[in-house]
Design a protein around this ligand. Structure first.
Ligand SMILES: [Zn+2]
Length: 349
């Protein structure tokens, strides 16, 4: 549908949705495989195309919608309200398709449309468009979130720490096996990539995703519900070749938790600040003096200026929050602005 619409655009006038719709009706009348598919989903693809085309004319410098290669694009179908229904927990689509759904949550209202997609690992998802009331919960407190290996998230408030649950043993063993499998096969750096390598890589990716898909959403919701300002360490996962399996697992967990927290916070209208990680662990959250770099196994922060002592990660989380409260996104920014610092309140160690 999409590629045909692109072809129409390239070879003639600007196709509108009504023009494309007429073409579809004609084509369905004479093509049996087209009739075998859902008209609602086909029309919706054309509607999405027409919207993308309109948008490309409105926005300066924007390219027109392009062809999509069937081999590279993942399947995605959208059904409007007359094209689907939900009965006894199953999603019913045209042409007698009935799908058992694993519901991630209850729908807050009648959905107006659904998009069915497949990800690169072969899992299918259904996203519903629903209307919901946004209840504004007043939250004034701020929170700082520091990422780590053994505790995925250390926050300024112990109640919101997120411990690293890790891979379950079986998961780790399976992942290691898949990675050994990859190592034995031709990776494509010299010569063509072997089919066995692709299969092993797919298996490893699947296990990685499974392991990272922890219950970080529940945690993020709790953090967002009680805080108006969320200062997040802008951690970038490295996935170094030499990194241990445990390190990679922790990185994946951090990546997932960070993504969910930022998304959740922005959606709830909270102020979310990404703070550069530089110097956060060697700056005192009480007086902002910089101490010497801590060894990796040194778990306690001690300020040589004011004597403040705290757990290393807790201190870093407090520094992150202070930086965000002062309207900056890095420790250096605060120092250069020359703000006087004095943070009140008790500290959890
Ligand atoms: Zn200090």
């Amino acid at each position: 549908m999409w590629n045909e619409a692109v072809y129409q655009q390239k070879s003639g006038d600007r196709p509108t949705f009504s023009k494309l719709g007429k073409l579809l009706t004609e084509a369905r009348a004479r093509t049996s495989w087209l009739r075998a598919g859902s008209q609602v989903a086909q029309q919706q693809t054309l509607r999405t195309y027409a919207q993308a085309l309109d948008h490309s004319f409105k926005v300066k410098g924007r390219g027109r919608p392009a062809f999509k290669a069937r081999k590279k694009v993942l399947p995605s179908l959208e059904y409007t309200v007359r094209g689907f229904s939900i009965r006894e927990g199953r999603l019913l689509l045209p042409k007698g398709v009935s799908i058992p759904v694993i519901w991630s949550r209850d729908l807050p209202s009648e959905p107006t449309s659904v998009r069915v997609t497949r990800d690169s690992l072969g899992y299918w998802y259904a996203s519903f468009v629903v209307r919901r009331e946004v209840e504004a919960i007043p939250a004034v407190e701020g929170v700082g979130v520091d990422w780590g290996v053994s505790v995925t998230a250390t926050t300024t408030d112990t109640r919101f720490d997120l411990p690293f649950l890790g891979y379950r043993k079986r998961c780790a063993a399976e992942l290691a096996k898949a990675q050994r499998c990859m190592a034995r096969r031709r990776s494509g750096q010299r010569g063509p990539q072997s089919r066995g390598y692709k299969r092993a890589a797919h298996e490893a990716a699947k296990l990685h995703k499974k392991a990272a898909r922890q219950n970080s959403r529940v945690w993020a919701k709790r953090v967002v519900a009680e805080h108006g300002l969320i200062a997040v360490e802008d951690f970038k996962p490295k996935f170094l070749a030499k990194a241990t399996l445990a390190r990679k697992a922790a990185d994946a967990a951090i990546g997932a938790a960070k993504r969910v927290l930022v998304e959740c916070g922005v959606r709830a209208g909270r102020r979310v600040v990404l703070v550069q990680p530089a110097f956060t662990s060697m700056t005192c959250s009480e007086c902002f003096a910089r101490t010497k770099r801590l060894d990796l196994d040194e778990r306690t922060f001690r300020c040589s200026e004011c004597g403040f002592t705290a757990c290393r990660d807790r201190n870093a989380a407090r520094v992150l929050l202070v930086v965000a409260e002062r309207g900056h996104s890095s420790v250096e920014g605060v120092r250069q602005a020359g703000h006087l610092l004095r943070v009140g309140g008790s500290v959890a160690v």
